[in-house]
Design a protein around this ligand. Structure first.
Ligand code: NAP
Length: 516
């Protein structure tokens, strides 16, 4: 770490020219003297990063003599009062429980900017935030909330190293992080808020110079949200992941009853060896297909609600709102299951059970004197089945990649909706075809209904077929035209005239909605 810290962050800063630039920056009257109260982990990382960015730093400690060895020699370690007096801007790197012990510094901090870097112990829903409490303690100072979303480690390694660390993680992990909505630029973003724009500008400037990207979140009232951020654990993923797990458990038990319990009851011969791979592999595609259908179902609900209400200016029910905002996560869960299904399927021939079955079949064939077991229908079924599956997986991969924030930001709205909506429906169609071909004529074989339960591929097809039929219904001219008008702002209850492009209202082409 010390080696890393000695490396300059500011562009153009070099070993040879560094001291000259540091001197120039320190002699610059616009460069504020930065103070830090507290000598803990965060304070040490911050002090090093500030020094590397060309700031003069004074750290305030309750016992400076004990703490001086913890900091590089460029940092001045003094008493809390000395630091508060000397500094123009003061970072409060002390736990919020101890903020009240700093009130003796009140007079020294009048008119100065205080940066509250503290995090709360857990999610604080009711407030007030630590920053608001600090502001009440120091009414004559300007409190800015910020830097709490960075760890001491991230601060120590600096923004560029943050990116390098990400680059070192395997491609899959980068992809996974990005899929869960972790924008890589989060590594260098610093969320700020405060009531004084002058104080915020000062802190923003320091952020920029340290190589971070300040993000202004508004007034100090936003500090509660900023303080709660580090405590969130994938809030947008809860519903989709729960759904995926419930579906997996359901289909696993369903397939377990059909594949393992039924032969045990009927023939007294258990097939428990199927549990780790075969049953899992039969459940994963079912989950993937239902989850994919669940991506497009809320859009249909929204369209039908709008058609029923004849307006788009009415709020959807809360459950639909939540569902609509979680579509990306539903899609990525579906993609995960589809990829795992592909990997499991590729591993099927590697199993000992598959090899024994194959050699037994070959033996039976020889014994029965069958020279050529080629079956055209089976061959075609398998070719089409695999091809549709590969196509579905390819399209799903495209959807997953374009849902990454960094890729999505390079697309315009039309390109994005074309991929996510049109190609998404193509993926759903390909996946449904894959399942239909898998079923082929098996759905009509009584042996496929153990305990009178329909095969899982029949169950799984219900929702995607409903979604695809619903989508086709919306293509009907009577539905499509009306929906188009509603989405352009037409309302049945308003006395407005409305014309589709190319229609002439004067010639009666426009519709007087009061008559509809
Ligand atoms: P820490 O290692 O425990 O350091 C806290 C420092 O506060 C102590 O070293 C102490 O320095 C000083 N202090 C002043 N008055 C005190 C008092 N009455 N009782 C105890 N200590 C007192 O904590 P930290 O990890 O640096 O965290 C400091 C703040 O940064 C916290 O509010 C935390 O939420 C925030 N933060 C930390 C991280 C992180 O990664 N560590 C990340 C984001 C935010 P002296 O003894 O020299 O006075």
């Amino acid at each position: 770490m010390p080696d890393d810290m000695s490396r300059p962050l500011v562009p153009g800063w070099s070993e040879s020219g560094g001291s000259r630039q540091l001197e120039a920056s320190l002699s610059d009257p616009n460069t504020p003297m930065v103070g830090i109260l507290g000598t803990g982990d965060f304070s040490r990382s911050l002090a090093r990063r500030l020094v590397a960015s060309g700031y003069q730093v004074v750290v305030g400690s309750r016992s400076p003599a004990r703490s001086v060895a913890l900091f590089p020699e460029e940092v001045e370690v003094a008493s809390q009062m000395e630091a508060a007096t000397q500094a123009d801007v003061v970072f409060v790197a002390v736990f919020p429980e101890h903020h009240s012990t700093l009130v003796t510094l009140k007079s020294a901090l009048v008119g100065k900017t205080l940066v509250d870097v503290s995090n709360s112990l857990g999610i604080n829903r009711d407030g007030p935030s630590n920053a608001e409490q600090l502001s009440n303690l120091f009414p004559d100072s300007f409190v800015v909330k910020g830097f709490n979303t960075l760890s001491a480690w991230a601060l120590q390694n600096g923004p560029r190293d943050g990116i390098r660390q990400v680059g070192l993680i395997s491609g899959w992990w980068v992809f996974t992080l990005m899929c869960v909505g972790f924008n890589i630029s989060c590594f260098v973003q610093v969320l700020l808020c405060g009531n004084s724009s002058k104080a915020k500008d000062l802190v923003k400037h320091i952020c920029h110079r340290m190589g971070f990207i300040p993000v202004d979140m508004g007034f100090l009232s936003s500090s509660l949200e900023i303080e709660n951020l580090p405590h969130h654990l994938f809030p947008s993923w809860r519903l989709p992941v729960l759904c995926m797990l419930c579906l997996f458990v359901f289909f696993y038990l369903y397939n377990f009853i059909q594949e393992v319990i039924h032969p045990l009851v009927e023939k007294g011969k258990g097939a428990f060896y199927k549990m780790p791979i075969e049953v899992v592999n039969a459940s994963l595609p079912s989950v993937a297909l239902v989850m994919l259908a669940l991506v497009y179902l809320p859009g249909l609900f929204a369209a039908f609600f709008q058609l029923r209400w004849d307006t788009k200016y009415k709020r959807f029910p809360n459950w639909l709102d939540r569902w609509l905002t979680a579509r990306k996560q539903f899609g990525l869960c579906s993609f995960l299951c589809a990829v795992m299904h592909a990997v499991y399927s590729l591993s099927l021939p590697l199993r000992k059970s598959a090899r024994y079955k194959l050699s037994n079949m070959a033996y039976q064939q020889v014994k029965a004197g069958v020279e050529d077991s080629w079956n055209d229908e089976e061959v075609w079924r398998m070719e089409l089945y695999l091809s549709a599956g590969i196509m579905a997986l390819g399209l799903l991969s495209l959807l997953a990649v374009t849902s990454l924030p960094s890729v999505a930001s390079t697309l315009n709205w039309r390109e994005f909706t074309f991929i996510q909506s049109s190609l998404g429906y193509c993926a759903l169609t390909a996946a449904t075809t894959h399942t239909l071909i898998f079923g082929w004529n098996r759905a009509f074989t009584p042996a496929r209904y153990p305990f009178y339960l329909p095969p899982s591929f029949v169950l799984v097809l219900i929702l995607p077929c409903v979604v695809l039929c619903g989508r086709l219904a919306l293509f009907l001219p009577c539905m499509a035209g009306r929906l188009w008008k509603i989405r352009r702002g037409w309302e049945r209850s308003r006395q407005i005239r409305f014309a589709l492009p190319g229609e002439d209202c004067r010639n009666g082409g426009g519709e007087d909605v009061s008559n509809v």
